[in-house]
Ligand binder design. Structure first.
Ligand SMILES: Cc1ncc(COP(=O)(O)O)c(C=O)c1O
Length: 406
């Protein structure tokens, strides 16, 4: 809870950069330097049988998450594109996807030649199950790309039921849910494919990078071939047997979206820290949620008990302020060092998330999503944040909400 006496006095700005990704572990730095001394940054060796970091990382990631296979690629967006191609999405197919999303997601669907059918989201940012069920029946979609947007995990029992009953393939976009689960099962394992990102602002950081997980032999072989393995797929240690590749190797184009050894070598030490990182993020999340919920007009998004989230960001609604005031709130807090993103913003800026901005999609109207986003604010939680930093952030937000609602 906030201390009301302290709040009145402290008008100072917040000093920590909320976009601070934090230094990589020393082990990652040393590993990268050692690798650079060898020059073997490309994952495949044509003649010598080394143990490349990319293959080792894939094996370690599959073991971590409990999938049969993991395939490293060059970005989360490419993981989704390759996931769609590997499950058999073709030109002109329809793919259902949450309307509240990030640009690379409709981008990956478009890249695969499919058209995105947007589905409404609820107040808690999760996909609206009745709209999903209705559009699963009416659209003729082949697949659902389910983004666990900002780490909010839908009722996966219902999602798998709807997909099963409507013959929908399921790809989970887990860019915001590495290490997170639903009723004890990691996200990414509920459907045909799970996709992760290791871009700098995700749970582990290699600048750019992506991971595909699957339990399906054919999907795994196709994803490896599509990712650009040439005929060197045998160097993958997380891969189906040769006869599966024999079915696909002459029919699968090489899209050159490989993970490099340099990326993999900085990810491996970070993967070992995932459990600790998750605990720290959630501790900071609860500190912030408790303080923000005590501010008038502010309501942190509700979470269900079955969601085992890893909160690298926090979302809250600002009630009873109009759009202009919420925009000013976001600007005033940002000017004071508390970078708050407002998802109701009409002009795209930064990492835009408004479906209206993706005008290459067929025009679609999602009034509930518009209403939800019109009051939603979002803030990153860097691991370098402290408990007193959480107090200070909440004080600044309280002061600014107070000033705008006076
Ligand atoms: C929800 C979501 N999905 C997918 C991606 C794609 O990841 P990448 O940036 O690695 O392509 C992002 C990236 O920020 C994202 O936020």
């Amino acid at each position: 809870m906030l201390n009301p006496d302290k709040i009145k006095d402290d008008q100072s700005d917040f000093e920590l950069d909320l976009s601070d990704p934090g230094a990589l572990p020393e082990e990652a730095i040393e590993s990268a330097v050692d690798l650079m001394r060898t020059g073997r940054l490309h994952r495949y060796g044509e003649y010598s049988g080394t143990e490349p970091h990319a293959a080792l990382f894939e094996k370690e990631y599959a073991a971590y998450v409990g999938s049969k296979y993991a395939i490293g690629v060059n970005s989360g967006g490419c993981a989704m594109f390759l996931g769609l191609k590997s499950i058999g999405v073709e030109q002109g197919d329809k793919v259902l996807v949450n309307a509240f999303n990030l640009a690379p997601v409709p981008g990956a669907i478009t890249h695969a030649g499919a058209s995105a059918v947007l589905v409404e989201v609820d107040q808690d940012h999760r996909i609206n199950l009745s709209d999903l069920e209705e559009k699963a029946k009416s659209s003729g979609a082949k697949a659902l790309m389910l983004t666990h947007m900002r780490g909010h995990i839908a009722d996966m029992d219902e999602i798998t039921r709807i997909c099963g009953e409507n013959n929908l393939m399921l790809i989970e976009d887990c860019a915001h849910t590495m290490g997170a689960g639903w009723k004890g099962k990691f996200t990414g394992l509920f459907g045909d494919v799970g996709c992760f990102s290791t871009q700098t602002f995700k749970h582990i950081n290699s600048g750019e990078g992506g991971i595909i997980i699957t339990d399906d032999d054919d999907i795994a072989a196709k994803a490896i071939l599509f990712s650009g393995s040439y005929m060197l797929y045998g160097q993958h240690q997380s891969a189906p047997p040769q006869e599966v590749f024999d079915r696909h190797k002459m029919h699968t184009p090489n899209f050159s979206m490989r993970m490099s050894n340099l990326v993999a070598c900085v990810l491996r030490p970070q993967l070992k820290q995932m459990t600790e990182r998750g605990k720290r993020w959630n501790h900071l999340y609860y500190q912030l949620a408790d303080r923000l919920n005590s501010i008038d007009h502010v309501e942190v998004l509700a979470r269900e008990e079955s969601e085992q989230f890893v909160a690298s960001s926090i979302q809250f609604h600002v009630r009873s302020l109009d759009a202009e005031k919420i925009q000013r709130l976001s600007e005033r807090c940002t000017d004071r060092g508390v970078a708050i993103k407002w998802f109701g913003r009409k002009n795209p800026m930064g990492y835009t998330s408004q479906y209206h901005d993706w005008q290459y999609l067929e025009k679609q109207h999602l009034p509930n999503t518009d209403t939800v986003l019109s009051t939603t604010c979002d803030m990153r939680i860097p691991l370098s944040l402290t408990e007193s930093g959480c107090d200070h952030i909440a004080e600044i937000i309280q002061q600014e909400v107070g000033a705008l609602s006076a």
